[in-house]
Design a protein around this ligand. Sequence first.
Ligand code: FES
Length: 165
Amino acid sequence: MTDKTCKCEENARKKFGAEAREIVEAVGAGKEMAIPILQEIQKRHGYLPLDLLKEVCRHAEFSKAELYGVATFYSQFRFKPRGKHPIKVCIGTACHVGGAAAVLDALCDELKTEVGGTTEDGKYSIETVACIGCCSLAPVMMVGDQAIGNLDPLQLKKALKKVIE
Ligand code: FES
């Protein structure tokens, strides 16, 4: 009899098997536990490693497709690690009216990644958030804990340098 487990499954099992079992035992195995399980994984890793999701499904009562479906439905879940400097662009009403979409486009162009993505060098990641409470400075983004307001899409590079370097 031949072993039909592929190498990547074997590696995933070695790397995440124990952790997956521990998470499911702690949180619960039922379908209604899909979101709490995803939240626990993201709390531990900062994102959802696909191999860990696969392993979790071996111990829980939902399929990979079901868990992946839940994970992609909610914007709180990430499939890539956050950058060293997470950038959160506000898309709340005041920022939207103030040009948040143009800021977001310029930022994605500047950093050569997309919303939810992380730059190749792992330095920056881009997310969107609802109002962060600085509406009078719209449009606003947060870089780490620092809010930068009155953003001009043409001046983003300068604004980023001020807080990061
Ligand atoms: S809407 Fe952007 S800070 Fe309030």
